[in-house]
Design a protein around this ligand. Structure first.
Ligand code: SF4
Length: 472
């Protein structure tokens, strides 16, 4: 909508289907209807493909998009069903009995050694640094730049309240946010934006980003429209320029190179925080994950191909990578077979949409879920897939003050906290129904899943039986 000097009129060229006009109209007078005449039906040349053709014909460039891949690939999570306790394995009532959902981010030792004295038992094993999470849900990597100042501070406050970590994305950390260091999982990506010694001293964990599920093999991209004065200072780049990170880390071409960066970060933080590595879910992800763990990563993050992004070439977002479900199972299985599963926490993100996906991701083998789009939705996101334009009318994925002021920090923080509490409660419910009293016992427990989809080969890769097959 725009004001033409006389009245408010629709501005069709700028409409991104954010639906804010309909949502906010005080009279409820606006409805949005599909115009069937605009795109006559065609099963091959769909509206999507025609739009791509028109846009490329007018720009001559790579098409950008945002959010996650929305092509109708089958969701494997939706083809999985959960077990429940009956008679021989009693259920646990989460209202009356404790069910532990705390977990730790960090490596576990190969064995524990103790010295026993008359009065006490002392642990001799030197433990790796770890972070205790009150829930196996972390908020993933979204940079200041891709999202607004108000959105980022709301996420930090929600994480403080719920006892989890938030990723900073590739944008560094604004000095206003140093007070939230104890809940910050800082990203070290190929552009190294914003990484400096004072910042490294503040954070709770560090995550080297090699790849992202929404754009495997591609670097980060913050369009110049979003590089405001504040963003330029935080990232240490000129105002108004596109922040394009290199596709690879130019100092990493092998597992040994990765090991050097892991240990450089451990040294620079004096071994105070766990250091992890994130990769996109790709065809040989299990072998790569094994190398990451052997290189010394305290946690590894696998990001699936429906993962979100602030800006990515559409062709990569929609066509590169593999589903998260298959990647989790393949990585968990490989690390178990090699006897190194305990050496790193396995985090999984990119297509975990709601608590049912969280539960199934844990049962497939993830220790912790990383979520982004669900927390944006909690703050008001309509999933219009226009984050890359910098004009988010809900004040989330924008730096434009007209829009950013629309996001009430207190309300947004409250809603994100509520979402995390709700997921955690539903996780406790499902653990109780299965007779499991600790999330740790649930992780990788694939015998409590059954497959109901059309392709038995998928069930085989997941290591999950078909529905109707018994335990054992
Ligand atoms: S964050 Fe804003 S621009 Fe991005 S998808 Fe959500 S509503 Fe649209």
């Amino acid at each position: 909508m725009r004001f033409n000097g006389d009245r408010i009129v629709p501005d069709h060229d700028n409409c991104v289907a954010c639906q804010r006009c309909a949502m906010k109209c005080p009279q409820g007078a606006i409805t949005i209807k599909e115009n069937e005449m605009a795109f006559p039906a065609h099963s091959a040349y769909t509206e999507r493909i025609r739009r791509i053709g028109w846009e490329q014909a007018s720009t001559g460039g790579v098409m950008l998009s945002s959010c996650g891949n929305d092509l109708p690939y089958r969701s494997i999570f939706d083809d999985l069903v959960l077990d429940a306790a009956q008679v021989t394995n009693p259920a646990i009532d989460p209202l009356r009995e404790p069910i532990e959902t705390r977990c730790f981010l960090g490596a576990r030792p190969d064995r524990l050694d103790f010295t026993e004295t008359e009065d006490e038992i002392l642990l001799d094993t030197e433990m790796s640094p770890g972070v205790m999470l009150r829930t196996p849900i972390m908020i993933g990597q979204m940079s200041l730049g891709s999202i607004s100042y108000n959105a980022q501070i709301a996420l930090f406050r929600a994480a403080m309240e719920t006892g989890t970590l938030v990723g900073t994305g590739e944008g560094g950390l604004h000095s206003d946010f140093y007070e939230y260091g104890s809940i910050i999982n800082s990203e070290v990506a190929s552009g190294r934006f914003g990484i400096n010694p004072p910042y490294l001293k503040k954070v709770a964990s560090l995550e080297i980003k090699i790849g992202q599920g929404a754009k495997p093999g591609h670097g980060g991209h913050l369009p110049g429209e979003k590089t405001t004065e504040m963003i330029s200072q935080t990232r240490m780049i000129p105002k108004g320029t596109d922040a394009l990170s290199p596709y690879p880390h130019h100092d990493i071409y092998s597992i040994e190179d990765l090991q050097q960066l892991i240990y450089a970060l451990k040294e620079s933080t004096r071994y105070r925080v766990p250091v992890g590595v994130k990769v996109a879910a790709v065809h040989n992800v299990a072998a790569i994950a094994s190398g990451m763990v052997r290189a010394g990563a305290d946690f590894i993050t696998i990001d699936g191909f429906r993962g979100g992004t602030g800006a990515a070439p559409r062709i990569i977002r929609d066509h590169a990578g593999i589903p998260l479900e298959l990647a989790i199972a393949a990585v968990d299985q490989r690390l178990r077979e090699e006897g190194i599963r305990h050496r790193a926490t396995l985090c999984a993100g990119g297509s975990i949409r709601y608590s049912a996906d969280l539960v199934k991701a844990l049962a497939l083998g993830a220790d912790v879920a990383m979520i982004c789009t669900p927390v944006l939705i909690a703050m008001g996101c309509r999933v219009c897939q226009q984050c890359h334009r910098g004009l988010c009318s809900w004040g989330i994925a924008t730096q434009n003050p007209t829009y950013t002021q629309r996001l009430d920090i207190d309300v947004a923080a409250r809603r994100v906290s509520n979402l995390l509490y709700a997921w955690n409660e539903e996780l406790r419910e499902i653990c109780g129904a299965m007779g499991i009293d600790s999330v740790e016992s649930f992780v990788g427990n694939r015998d409590r899943l059954r497959y109901l989809g059309p392709n038995p080969r998928i069930a085989e890769i997941l290591g999950v039986k078909h529905a109707g097959e018994a335990w054992g």
